[in-house]
Ligand binder design. Structure first.
Ligand SMILES: [Zn+2]
Length: 421
């Protein structure tokens, strides 16, 4: 029984709990504490790992559930829920169960260590440290603060302070306590840093079971709304990965983008991102900020509107006649893209169709000339400008069709009314 084992604090990092055990045990050296806690492990267990690991299984087995459960170790004292955020629910359940059953998860979590590379320095918030001392009498390492891309403390919105590493040893091999005297909190931050902090914190605090919603396809939609689709096959909707990568770098700086996405985004990677098959939560947080969508959109079943679809539907509903060039101009697409987009959205072409064979009685062979006063022309121009019309013939045809249509309808109604009586 581990008599001195401390009760973990709210959101305390697993490594931090062990360092507090060390202080309470009165052991002179860190090495002795490690030997005492993990007599069967040669060398050092992976205590600095932010994912669930064997050291948790060894300790939890020696403690009563009400002091520390293995489930709590994984869900409250590691970045497991955060890193698993974009995994499907079945996989989350399966991984958690396997860990609770005592399986060594290290090979399974290689995808996180591979991308995140070397251990990052431990980080803390000067304001949290002050509050912790007030509440508990000591500062402690917070789990959330260890998300490498998190610029600010989500509670105080001040900069997180990394503790410079004195040597090349891994965190688990040494005793690193949170500094008692942190520099004064720095509150200066950019809009991007505030947004990124908010997005990461949102994804960190969702319930473990929350996974992305595959049906709403909100990432694909916002990528398209923001103009990051490759110019080409409209149905394939592949991303312009180079432009996207450049935009990310310009927004967040190269360091963070390289750490999260690697040195570039491949087409295959983009396809997997789109289907939520990339398990790096930080990549999605960066995309949410860049595309200016609430991170909730990834998890919600409510589909965000595709702007081009909406605009095209609106034009089609107005019942006006547009030239192909005008329709394309209003939608800010090329003329040759009109038809493929209309097909994709299931909208009937609403612009002038040329070159189609026409029945004799439909062929337009009569021409009518009308003369307008300066005032009439001015009024007609103003009407057309307000209704996005650019050809007089189309405007006059529109008036004619509308009025004759109304007249014909009334006429038919009158006749049927008379017949009934
Ligand atoms: Zn704080």
């Amino acid at each position: 029984m581990l008599t001195f084992f401390p009760t973990p604090y709210e959101d305390e990092l697993w490594y931090g709990i062990i360092t507090r055990y060390h202080i309470r045990s009165g052991n002179t050296y860190w090495k002795y504490t490690i030997q005492e806690l993990f007599p069967e492990i040669k060398g050092y267990p992976r205590l600095g790992d932010t994912m669930p690991n064997t050291s948790m299984q060894i300790i939890a087995a020696q403690l009563p559930e009400n002091v520390l459960s293995l489930r709590d170790c994984a869900l409250r004292h590691s970045l497991f829920p955060f890193r698993m955020r974009f995994q499907p629910l079945e996989k989350k359940r399966e991984y958690l169960q396997e860990f609770l059953d005592g399986e060594n998860m290290q090979p399974k979590f290689l995808f996180t260590t591979k991308r995140n590379g070397a251990e990052m320095p431990l980080r803390s918030c000067p304001q949290c440290a002050v509050e912790d001392v007030k509440q508990y009498g000591e500062p402690y390492w917070h789990t959330e603060h260890q998300i490498a891309s998190l610029p600010l403390c989500p509670k105080h919105l001040c900069r997180l302070v990394p503790l410079p590493r004195q040597n090349t040893m891994s965190i688990g091999q040494q005793l690193i306590l949170p500094p008692k005297n942190l520099p004064d909190a720095v509150f200066a931050a950019t809009e991007t840093e505030y947004s990124l902090t908010e997005a990461l914190h949102y994804m960190y605090t969702l319930p473990y079971e929350t996974s992305p919603n595959l049906l709403s396809e909100n990432l694909s939609t916002t990528i398209e709304n923001a103009g990051f689709l490759e110019d080409g096959n409209i149905l394939r909707q592949s991303w312009d990965v180079q432009r996207l990568y450049t935009a990310l770098t310009e927004r967040f700086g190269a360091d963070i983008v390289v750490r999260c996405f690697g040195k570039h985004i491949t087409k295959a990677h983009a396809r997997r991102l789109r289907r939520y098959e990339i398990y790096s939560t930080e990549e999605y947080a960066l995309l949410a900020v860049l595309l200016d969508i609430p991170p909730l959109a990834f998890f919600s079943g409510i589909a965000l509107p595709l702007e081009l679809d909406m605009k095209m539907r609106e034009l089609a509903c107005q019942g006006q006649v547009y030239t192909k060039a005008r329709a394309a101009q209003l939608l800010e697409i090329r003329e040759d893209q009109l038809l493929p987009y209309a097909k994709r959205f299931g909208i009937r072409p609403f612009w002038v169709q040329s070159g189609k064979p026409c029945a004799d009685d439909k062929r337009q062979t009569y021409s009518v000339e009308i003369r307008l006063s300066a005032q009439e022309k001015e009024e007609l121009d103003a009407y057309m400008a307000a209704h996005n019309m650019d050809v007089y013939g189309h405007a006059l045809r529109y008036f004619m069709q509308k009025n004759i249509g109304d007249w014909k309808n009334n006429h038919t109604n009158e006749r049927s009314f008379n017949n009934e009586n």
